[in-house]
Design a protein around this ligand. Structure first.
Ligand code: CDP
Length: 202
């Protein structure tokens, strides 16, 4: 039997960390849907048209290059407003969500558009300053040459674009459990997520 956990939230809110830990805890498969948009964004940076890039996406596009750069993140959020791009990625995500054994998907529109009937929905958020600092530390640790000011600007620009787009905007599903991780350790955020899911599994 399938069991879908939908985890949405703004840029760099810690969705990835929480999603991976939740998937490991419950033995579910995990899909980082942001990676799909990042892969399309990277193809567009190499000269392709957004819709054609999304329609031609293959699994190796997700691993072929480092997609976790600020440049690719911006490109991802720009292609993410294009309805044809979103449409091309729906089926793959819905098939993943329905797999036997359970699935965790994290993104922006999982609880609202991709899996509106998900058994558990979480909205993981934090203040923009905290999110920018976390992403800055992550990028620094990878040896990237970034400034906190630039990372905050990237996070805010993407949040605005993600919230204001017409198609599948970033918004908490009405039935999502909101977890604000601004003042939470990773362990505490993961524990809160697991507790919320346990509640609906019981
Ligand atoms: O890791 P981070 O939260 O910074 O970003 P991400 O989850 O990798 O997503 C990159 C971009 O893809 C976002 O800013 C969104 O514009 C877009 N995205 C989306 O529109 N819908 C999703 N389900 C996932 C990502």
């Amino acid at each position: 039997m399938g069991f879908c956990v939908a985890i949405d939230g703004p840029a760099a809110a810690g969705k990835g960390t929480v999603s991976k830990a939740v998937a490991t805890h419950f033995g579910f498969a995990h899909l980082d849907t942001g990676l799909l948009y990042r892969a399309v964004g990277a193809k567009v940076l190499s000269g392709m048209e957004p819709a054609a890039a999304a329609q031609a996406l293959v699994p190796t596009d997700l691993t072929a290059r480092d997609l976790r750069t600020p440049e690719v993140a911006q490109a991802a959020s720009r292609v993410a407003v294009v309805p044809e791009v979103r449409a091309a990625l729906v089926q793959f995500q819905q098939d993943f969500a329905a797999r036997d054994g359970g699935a965790v998907l994290d993104g922006r529109d999982i609880g609202t558009v991709i899996c509106p009937t998900a058994e558990a929905k979480l909205y993981v958020t934090a203040s923009a300053d905290v999110r920018a600092k976390r992403r800055f530390d992550e990028l620094l640790a990878k040896g990237m040459d970034v400034t906190l000011v630039d990372v905050l600007a990237d996070v805010q620009a993407r949040d605005t674009r993600d919230r204001e787009r017409v198609e599948a905007p970033l918004v908490a599903a009405v039935d999502a459990v909101v977890i604000d991780t601004s003042d939470l350790s990773i362990d505490a955020a993961v524990a809160a997520a697991i507790a919320a899911i346990e509640e609906v599994r019981a």
